[in-house]
Design a binder for this molecule. Structure first.
Ligand code: PAF
Length: 282
């Protein structure tokens, strides 16, 4: 695996890919890799000629008091994991490499980025779309691979790509879960063993909602209340949001329409965990 520390090395690598007519799949990450990230690498390998990953803990998507400083960083382990998956190249930029002249220009997606996580983490998606736009400009891939656990992130980035006419296909990849249903997240590391057990309630809440939907319930408030009740029963009372939304627009749904999605965000100990479930899809 080629390690690309600097922008000029990345530029030479992408120029070579273009010259050889090779299709590049790009997997941007903030490191602390887990099976979810490795699944993105595998999907990219299946569909593309070369796979490029990046590790960059992007300061601009963390709000004041959030976990930027303590976000888990383990470059040696991450490199070994990527190497093991046959990743072809890894871009490892510094903050100065990404934001060499500060940050006067930002990319901001409208309404869709202000709801749900955007409401409780102001500026978060602006940081995400700006860094992803920079990374896409620098890496010029044909495909961009993102995990569907961060469903709103996938929607917001897809909207940016569409609105700005960026020549890349966004591929959302299924959430990878532990055996007990907990969605994999780098932030699961913050949980004590008791909190780790409590965190299984996120998946249970979503499963309960899906079962009730399959029995014919369509009321947004009823389905959301059910999810809240399952979370509260497990002692998870710091619920940031539980929302039934239209999957393509993220507009809230008083009544489940076509292809609804239930999304939730919950504070468990020092971690803020998110998860989601499509109710009508298999
Ligand atoms: O999902 C993440 O890890 C980050 O938000 C991303 C897409 C790498 C941008 O920093």
């Amino acid at each position: 695996m080629e390690i690309l520390n600097r922008g000029d090395a990345l530029q030479a690598w992408t120029a070579q890919m273009r010259a050889e007519g090779l299709r590049v799949g790009f997997v941007p990450t903030m490191g602390a890799l887990h099976e979810g990230h490795l699944t993105l690498i595998r999907k990219a390998r299946q569909a593309c000629d070369r796979v490029l990953a990046s590790i960059f803990v992007n300061p601009t998507q963390f709000g004041p008091g959030e976990d930027y400083d303590r976000y888990p960083r383990d470059e040696a382990r991450d490199r070994a994991l990527l190497e093991g998956e046959g990743c072809d190249a890894l871009f490892l930029p510094t903050v100065e490499e990404i934001y060499p002249t500060g940050r006067q220009t930002v990319v901001r997606v409208g309404a869709m980025s202000r709801v749900l996580c955007g409401a409780s983490r102001p500026g978060h998606f602006e940081g995400v779309t700006t860094v992803v736009a920079i990374l896409l400009n620098r890496t010029q891939p044909q495909r961009l691979y993102l995990g569907l656990k961060d469903y709103q992130q996938v929607c917001v980035i897809s909207r940016m790509v569409q609105d700005l006419g960026m020549p890349v296909e966004v591929v959302g990849v299924e959430t990878v879960r532990e055996a007990d249903g907990l969605a994999l997240s780098s932030r699961n590391r913050y949980l004590t063993s008791e909190q780790r057990q409590q965190a299984t309630a996120l998946n249970r809440a979503l499963e309960a909602v899906r079962a009730r939907y399959r029995q014919g319930e369509r009321g947004g408030e009823t389905l959301s209340s059910l999810a809240r009740a399952v979370l509260m029963e497990s002692g998870l009372d710091r619920i940031d949001y539980v929302a039934l939304c239209q999957s393509d627009t993220l507009l809230p749904l008083p009544q489940a329409g076509e292809d609804p999605i239930m999304l939730l965000a919950v504070h468990v100990g020092g971690a803020r965990l998110i998860d989601n479930r499509f109710l009508a899809r298999d």
